[in-house]
Write a new protein. Structure first.
Length: 252
């Protein structure tokens, strides 16, 4: 006689409670996993939004760096001289050494080519402190003898100098500066100065720093800037517009 097969679809009364408990536990686990997954999704979405916001801010900060820098030039209709008036982007940063070189070249030209009776001794000392022996002796000759510069001009004439541009060059022979400037003379009793004349000074220079010397000398030239060669020429366009003879006053 063949035994009857067990009916697996029949749930015993004792197992029913366990089945219900397992079902509730599974449903709770699925709910927890869904909630955790949703939180992770929100965290990922929030992080992506934060990264996108940082990218937008970064691009906005870099945008000004890609702007075109406008240079403004002015042309003198009388002489044809072209002068750089301004640079549109003042954030343009130059090398610190370049700024120093231009500063000392500017100071030297102003002191050497200007003539102010009340500041004459200061300018004289400044030029000598910033020149080597050869250039210094050539400059000192301008104030020596009966035709000395101060004897000829006296205290009634001012010679004003305005530096227009400075160009630097460096090669195996050393450092050079080309300084373009204008000079105008004015008698104290006159209301208006004479028309300006334009010149180009070419000078070579080097630094000879030293902590030895008088305090006044170190204050005038703390870095030991020395001009080793000097030449100044009048611009051709100026000479054509305003005929002159000889070298500008103060130029050997």
């Amino acid at each position: 006689m063949i035994p009857e097969a067990a009916d697996h679809t029949v749930v015993r009364a004792g197992d029913q409670a366990q089945y219900f408990a397992d079902g509730v536990s599974w449903e709770r686990s699925e709910s927890i996993r869904a909630a955790q997954s949703e939180r992770r999704a929100w965290w990922v979405a929030g992080g992506a939004c934060l990264v996108a916001l940082c990218a937008v801010v970064g691009l906005s900060a870099l945008a000004p760096l890609k702007q075109t820098v406008p240079y403004v030039y002015a042309v003198d209709k009388a002489t044809g001289n072209v002068e750089l008036m301004s640079i549109g982007d003042e954030r343009l940063v130059q090398d610190y050494r370049t700024i120093l070189d231009k500063h000392w070249a500017h100071k030297y030209v102003i002191a050497r080519e200007s003539y102010y009776w009340k500041l004459l001794q200061l300018d004289y000392d400044t030029v000598l402190m910033m020149s080597n022996d050869v250039v210094g002796r050539e400059y000192a000759k301008l104030y020596d003898g009966p035709n000395a510069r101060d004897r000829k001009l006296g205290s009634t004439i001012d010679m004003r100098v305005k530096v227009l541009s400075i160009t630097l060059a460096h090669d195996e022979h050393g450092s050079k500066a080309t300084v373009r400037f204008e000079k105008s003379s004015k008698r104290l009793e006159a209301e208006m100065p004479d028309p300006p004349q334009f010149y180009v000074a070419t000078l070579s220079y080097e630094y000879q720093p030293s902590m030895k010397g008088k305090e006044q000398e170190l204050l005038l030239n703390p870095l030991g800037y020395k001009v080793t060669a000097w030449r100044v020429d009048q611009e051709l366009s100026t000479a054509t517009a305003t005929p002159t003879t000889g070298s500008p006053e103060g130029t050997p």
